[in-house]
Design a binder for this molecule. Structure first.
Ligand code: NDP
Length: 449
């Protein structure tokens, strides 16, 4: 390994001993940009890599709220303002019981690279809380969001830092967060949050953007290898925002989606998943995916028994992990390859473990990496920001066309980087190198800051 990269990785490990997800994300990027670092020994003197992996600012705060029974709870809120190199900090908020500093930092780090790939002027940030929204009443969710924003509002703004949704934060939560921001600041600042409702400054296609974008990227990757989505069997983990709209677009392209999941288990419907039923269960009733069997008794349901989701045992041509980080282990990757997998598209952030990822690349499976493949969400968020600045709404078809074009550009950017360094079909390296080149250019231009 390049000595400078080795030194930076060792330093990161010493300083961030318990931050496994953050270290995993840093290691993946730094090891894959080795060909570029080899060409630029001068980067060491200006500590370019050390500056790139260190957040500009990490904010943590207390979030108290009172539940419906009158009991007070205290959660921890986070916002990492990772990099403002190419625009205001930009990245979602996650509400999930597993949230900790390591997860927020890994997500923020990934976000800088993802946002650079979109070609749009947005920096990288991420935030959230260890609050678990599952089973909470609407009133509890509202009070938690208000308490969270009461602190967060000091740190954000349309030209400073623009949060959006992520796991556990959808349109409902963004509405409550926006309402509280407006109330405290006494200003209508539409561009301070994205993923807003359409009635007060949201963008058409934002809801669909990550899932649709994933399929646009997959379409390009398959095309480049003389394949199409038409007639392919697809399995999709998760049944949240990303999973649902990836499923919708995959169906439009003629794929047969046979399985989806949540954190309890997965459904298998060999006739093809009925997406309307999934939307009813997940978007309206906020219930468990197992409810699918009430509507479609012929379908199968497999409960999660250990950390390997049963969804990866199902035979498929294309797997789309769209739930969470490290949800696809080496064991699951081996099972998928044994069953004839041809491609994998990362809808979630870092869904493959390091070992799974290396194995899939080694087996020549086409792997669409999260940074590139799920960048459609943040790209349409940036389009939402520009509509807010213009005080104007763009029609669905226009935003969708822009999204499609951005995803094609991202694919081509990754492919060009791959070809330049003779990296075959290693799209993970292609995405990291292309994003790194843009970021390092901006760093060089802006001096030591
Ligand atoms: P949602 O909250 O809408 O859905 C998350 C889905 O993943 C749910 O089905 C959930 O099941 C499942 N899930 C969450 N955590 C786990 C876990 N630990 N184990 C198994 N299943 C789990 O989130 P999104 O769809 O918005 O986000 C999904 C992924 O996509 C995340 O990695 C996110 O960072 C990434 N992403 C999202 C973007 C967006 O625009 N929303 C943009 C780019 C990336 P359950 O209900 O049982 O918890």
């Amino acid at each position: 390994m390049n000595k400078y990269i080795e030194k930076v990785l060792n330093g990161a490990k010493e300083k961030n001993v318990h931050e496994t997800e953050y270290l995993q994300a840093v290691e993946e990027v730094l090891t894959s940009i080795e060909p570029v670092i080899n060409e630029h020994p001068e980067f060491e003197k200006i500590a370019l890599l050390e500056r790139m992996i260190e957040p500009e600012r990490m904010i943590t705060f207390r979030v108290p709220y009172v539940d419906d029974k009158g009991q007070t709870h205290v959660h921890r809120g986070y916002r990492v303002q990772f990099s403002s190199l190419i625009g205001p900090y930009k990245g979602g908020l996650r509400f999930h019981k597993s949230v900790n500093q390591s997860i927020i930092k890994f997500l923020g780090f990934e976000q800088i690279f993802k946002n650079a790939l979109t070609g749009l002027p947005i920096g990288g940030g991420k935030g959230g809380s260890d609050f678990d929204p599952k089973g909470k009443s609407d009133g509890e969710i509202m009070r938690f969001c208000q308490s969270f924003m009461t602190e967060l509002q000091r740190h954000i703004g349309a030209d400073i830092d623009v949060p959006a949704g992520d796991i556990g934060v959808g349109e409902r939560e963004i509405g409550y967060l926006f309402g509280q921001y407006k109330r405290i600041k006494d200003i209508y600042e539409g561009g301070v949050l994205t993923g807003k409702g359409l009635s007060y400054g949201g963008s058409l296609v934002r809801k669909e953007a990550t899932g649709y974008g994933l399929i646009y990227f997959m379409r390009e990757m398959l095309k480049n290898n003389n394949q199409t989505l038409n007639g392919k069997t697809v399995t999709i983990s998760g049944s949240g925002n990303v999973a649902i709209y990836a499923c919708e677009k995959a169906l439009e392209y003629g794929a047969n989606v046979v399985a989806m999941s949540d954190s309890n288990g997965c459904i298998y419907d060999k006739n093809g998943i009925d997406l309307n039923t999934v939307k009813q269960i997940k978007e309206i009733e906020r219930a468990r995916i197992s409810e699918y069997l009430k509507f479609h008794p012929h379908a199968g349901y497999f409960e999660c028994e250990n950390e390997d989701s049963p969804i990866w045992n199902i035979k498929t041509d294309i797997a789309l992990p769209c739930a969470t980080q490290n949800e696809l282990s080496l064991n699951s990757a081996k099972k998928l390859v044994e069953n004839g997998l041809i491609a994998i598209g990362e809808g979630a952030n870092m869904p493959c473990t390091k070992e799974a990822s290396l194995y899939l690349i080694d087996k020549q499976i086409m792997l669409a990496p999260a940074k590139a493949a799920n960048a459609g969400g943040v790209a349409v968020s940036a389009i939402e920001m520009s509509q807010n600045s213009m005080r104007y709404y763009l029609p669905f078809e226009i935003v969708n066309q822009k999204l499609d074009k951005i995803m094609v550009n991202i694919f081509n950017t990754c492919k060009n980087a791959l070809d330049k360094y003779n990296l075959g079909n290693n799209y993970v390296a292609g995405a990291n190198i292309a994003a790194f080149n843009k970021l390092s250019d901006a760093m060089l231009a802006q001096g030591i800051v």
